[in-house]
Structure formats: structure tokens, C-alpha cells
Write a protein that binds this ligand. Structure first.
Ligand code: NAP
Ligand code: HSE
Length: 444
């Protein structure tokens, strides 16, 4: 275990793995806030080197000043470097490098949610074995201090709900589409140009990034292991402008929500587009902004809001983690906050509720042949499955005699809705695929 501190000149040496959007933002912020950091921690940070793939790639003016290397060992085996900041992304070689850094007794700060969601448990064990920390505030919610809040500030609470908009790219696209002036493809291209999207934007638009983040939040909120593979995941790529418009007309906004709810019988973990009443704060989180709603037995309801992606906001969290590490670098490991907020031995597997058991309300859109009895057949199938209709709207039929039906249901178990839709899908009067979106009122 290393317990080195600052050098004779009062500097702590840091090595960066990656110098892209977040890496460059981190360098800029470290430079700008050097005096503040020294006032807070009593030491200065020296970025000794950054690992990149391409030495010839153009960098920002601040990043240009950082010595570059193509050799991971120049950072992982440099005895002067005490803190390694992983901002490469992806699982490999990031996992191998992070593990090597921890084994070498270096503290690690990362913004890599995929890495923490998939390999966090194993890496936390390695960090504990070597008496170092693996910090990951930037992995969820960009600049929002949600990890520290759940892990430390709300430590007195039994938390039963964490529900958030946690992917800036999806929220940016949905906002642009809802305002009616951009297609899905144009909005995604803008989010990429602004540095919000993952290297593979499928992670953003198919909900995988939000699922990574939800699995991390749920583990910290409930003291459970990280279970990324158990998250029910739907993205926004199948959403149409038609449903965004109908939702508006009904008094809702469509948001991509990540939902973790603890019930007596188990935990539900799901990520999907969701109708949210337009008057709720969550419905009004726009653009790249993220928000995380937390419900605890002592605090009641709390909402954290802020920029969820982008160089500066993410760097805010990365640099905060670096300053935290600088403060605890000399502390006995047992006095540090555990990685997931609960002692490693106290993290308990908890039953997971399959999505078929989840109770929620729904928005349904159907294309139906406009002839007598059609509506009755549909409402009978819903009633037989125990699905109660909250409201129903029928739009005038097209020239071909096909009418659009938009229904909102009361809360019902997903398995019951599936049974009703399977029967409705067989009816001769129903044309096209049925659109089904979940709805969350934020009042349970
Ligand atoms: P990025 O712009 O693509 O930067 C990645 C950097 O890592 C580049 O400098 C790249 O080198 C380097 N790199 C990648 N693979 C490498 C390899 N195999 N060997 C050496 N260097 C390698 O990515 P980013 O947007 O900064 O994201 C970095 C991490 O932060 C990801 O885990 C991401 O999920 C997370 N994050 C991003 C945001 C955001 O808003 N962008 C927010 C929160 C968290 P070159 O420069 O030579 O190509
Ligand atoms: N691609 C991610 C997003 C970056 O859009 O939210 C922040 O984690």
C-alpha cells in the first residue's frame, strides 16, 4: 500500500488515461481552479502525462500543454504518479489499466459508467485489497453530485425510490424533437458535436448508458450488488413524433426515465421512455440537463438537477473526486467512505422484480378499422385481462376508414397488459403494431 503525499514542491502527480472531451475539460478546469484546489487541499496538482491513441490529433489549447504518450506503462508504472484518472471509456483496455493502477497502489478516478456497472464490484475489491480508492462521481449525472449525495449526505435514510433522467444525449434529442424543429438524426448529430454522446451513440439512444447508471445508483441507494444485466432496458430510437404530440395534447411529456423502486417483494429496475405529467419538475428537465428524484424515509422527496454531460460539467465531478482523493490520501483506508456507501460485507443481494410483475399505467395507441363493435371488442379484451381504462380518445378516421385510438390505463401489472395486447393484436379490426408506452405520475 502506498501512502505517499505531495512532493517537496507541494505537488500531487496525476496521470490521465484519455484526453478527449472529458480529459480536455478536466485539464482546463484543473488549470483554472489550481489556486482554489490548493486552498482546499493544501497541495497543487501536476498532470504529468496523458495516454492517447493518436499523437497527431488536434487538442484544445490547454490540453496541448500536457505531455502525451502511447505507452500505458508511462503512467501505470511511474512511481511519482499517485492518482490515475481514467477518461478513455469502454471496457477494455480500460479495465486492465484501472486494475493495474490499483494494484500498483495508485488511487483511480473514472467517469466510465460502463466499467463500473460491469466490473465495479471486482475493481472495488482490488482497490480495498491495495488500500486505495476508486472514485466515480462523474459516471452518473455529469456534474450533479448524486453519488456523494446518496452515499454520504443521505446515509441516514432508507431509500426506496431513485428515478432520474440520466442520459443527456437522449434528453437533448427528445427536447429537440418535442419542440418540433429537429429530426431524431439531426438532434443526435448535434448532441455528438457538443460532446455529449458516447463513442458508440447506440449506448445513449438504446438506453444502455442509462441502464449502466441506474445499476450504479440502485446499488448505492439500496446497499445491493451492482446488477446491470437485470435492468429492463428500452431506448428512445423507436419513439415517433406522433406519440410525442399526442402525449403533449393529453398533458404529458415523454422523458427517458431510469427507475429504481424498492418494494417489500423486491427491487424493480427499468429504463424506458415514459409519459410524465407536464406539471411535474421532471417533465420540464430539458436539453442536456439531468435530474434525479430520490425518496427516503427521513428526507421525504428530493430532486437534484444539473448538466448531465459535456466537458465542463463532467470535469467538475472528476476534479471534485481528485480533490477528495488528495484529502484522504494519508488516511487509514478504514476511515474512508466505502465505495458503495455500505461496508463491503454488508452489501446484500436483494430479489429483483421481473418487469412482468411491475405495476404501472400505460399509454396505448392503436390503428383501428372504424366499424360498429370495434371499440367494444378492444375494451372487452382490456377488461377481461383486468386492465382499467383511465381515458380514451378516438380521432376521426382516415380516408381508408382507419381511426386512431389513444388510451391511458390505470396502473396494472405488465403481465396483465401483455395478455390484453396479445388478444387485441389478433383482432381483425386492429391494423399496424400497437404502440405502448409506460406512464409515471410521481405521486405514489
Ligand atoms: P472521447 O472524447 O472519445 O475521449 C476518449 C480519449 O481516450 C481520447 O483522448 C482517446 O485518444 C483516448 N483513448 C480511447 N481509447 C484508447 C486506447 N485504447 N488507448 C489509448 N487512449 C485511448 O471520450 P469522452 O467523451 O471524453 O468520454 C470519456 C469517458 O467519460 C467515457 O467513459 C464516457 O462514458 C465518460 N463520460 C463522458 C461524458 C461526456 O459528456 N462526454 C460525461 C460523463 C462521462 P485520442 O484522443 O488519441 O483519440
Ligand atoms: N453520453 C452520456 C450522456 C454522457 O449523454 O448522458 C454523460 O454520462
Amino acid at each position: 500500500m502506498t501512502q505517499t503525499t505531495q512532493d517537496a514542491d507541494g505537488r500531487v502527480a496525476v496521470g490521465l488515461l484519455g484526453l478527449g472531451t472529458v480529459g480536455s475539460g478536466t485539464i482546463t478546469l484543473l488549470r483554472r481552479s489550481a489556486a482554489e484546489i490548493e486552498r482546499r487541499c493544501g497541495a497543487r496538482i501536476e498532470v504529468r502525462r496523458a495516454l492517447v491513441r493518436d499523437l497527431r490529433r488536434a487538442r484544445s489549447a490547454d490540453a496541448e500543454a500536457v505531455p502525451l504518450t502511447l505507452e500505458p506503462k508511462d503512467i501505470l508504472e511511474d512511481p511519482q504518479i499517485q492518482i490515475v484518472v481514467e477518461l478513455m471509456g469502454g471496457l477494455e483496455p480500460a479495465r486492465t489499466y484501472v486494475e493495474a493502477a490499483l494494484c500498483a497502489g495508485k488511487h483511480v478516478v473514472t467517469a466510465n459508467k460502463a466499467l463500473i456497472a460491469k466490473h465495479g464490484s471486482a475493481l472495488f475489491r482490488v482497490a480495498d485489497e491495495h488500500g486505495v480508492t476508486l472514485s466515480f462521481e462523474a459516471a452518473v449525472g455529469g456534474g450533479i453530485p448524486i453519488i456523494k449525495t446518496l452515499r454520504e449526505s443521505l446515509a441516514s435514510n432508507r431509500i426506496d425510490q431513485v428515478i432520474g433522467i440520466v442520459n443527456g444525449t437522449s434528453n437533448y434529442i427528445l427536447t429537440e424533437m418535442a419542440q418540433g424543429d429537429a429530426s431524431f438524426e439531426t438532434a443526435l448529430a448535434q448532441a455528438q458535436a457538443l460532446g455529449y454522446a458516447e463513442a458508440d451513440p447506440t449506448f445513449d439512444v438504446e438506453g444502455i448508458d442509462a441502464a449502466h447508471k441506474l445499476s450504479i445508483l440502485a446499488a448505492i441507494a439500496f446497499g445491493a450488488p451492482i446488477t446491470f444485466d437485470a435492468v429492463y432496458t428500452e431506448g428512445i430510437s423507436h419513439l415517433t413524433a406522433v406519440d410525442i404530440r399526442f402525449a403533449h395534447e393529453l398533458g404529458y411529456r415523454i422523458k427517458h426515465l431510469a427507475i429504481a423502486i424498492r418494494h417489500h417483494e423486491g427491487i424493480e429496475l427499468r429504463v424506458h421512455p415514459t409519459l410524465v405529467p407536464a406539471h411535474r419538475l421532471m417533465a420540464n428537465v430539458a436539453g442536456v440537463m439531468n435530474a434525479v428524484f430520490v425518496r427516503g424515509d427521513a428526507i421525504g422527496e428530493a430532486l437534484l438537477y444539473g448538466a448531465g454531460a459535456g466537458a465542463a460539467a463532467t470535469a467538475s465531478a472528476v476534479v471534485a473526486d481528485i480533490t477528495d482523493v488528495m484529502r484522504v490520501i494519508e488516511a487509514e483506508p478504514r476511515y474512508r467512505v466505502p465505495h458503495l456507501g455500505f461496508r463491503a460485507g454488508a452489501i446484500e443481494p436483494q430479489p429483483l422484480l421481473p418487469v412482468s410483475e411491475v405495476v404501472t399505467a400505460y399509454y396505448l395507441r392503436l390503428a383501428v378499422i372504424d366499424h360498429p363493435g370495434a371499440l367494444a371488442e378492444i375494451t372487452r379484451a382490456l377488461a377481461d385481462a383486468g386492465v382499467s381504462i383511465e381515458s380514451l380518445r378516438q380521432l376521426p378516421p382516415s380516408e381508408e376508414g382507419v381511426a386512431t385510438l389513444v388510451l391511458l390505463t390505470h396502473g396494472v401489472k405488465e403481465a396483465q397488459l401483455d395478455a390484453a395486447l396479445a388478444r387485441i393484436g389478433q383482432l381483425d379490426v386492429v391494423r399496424e403494431r400497437i404502440t405502448r408506452l409506460r406512464l409515471h405520475q410521481f405521486d405514489e
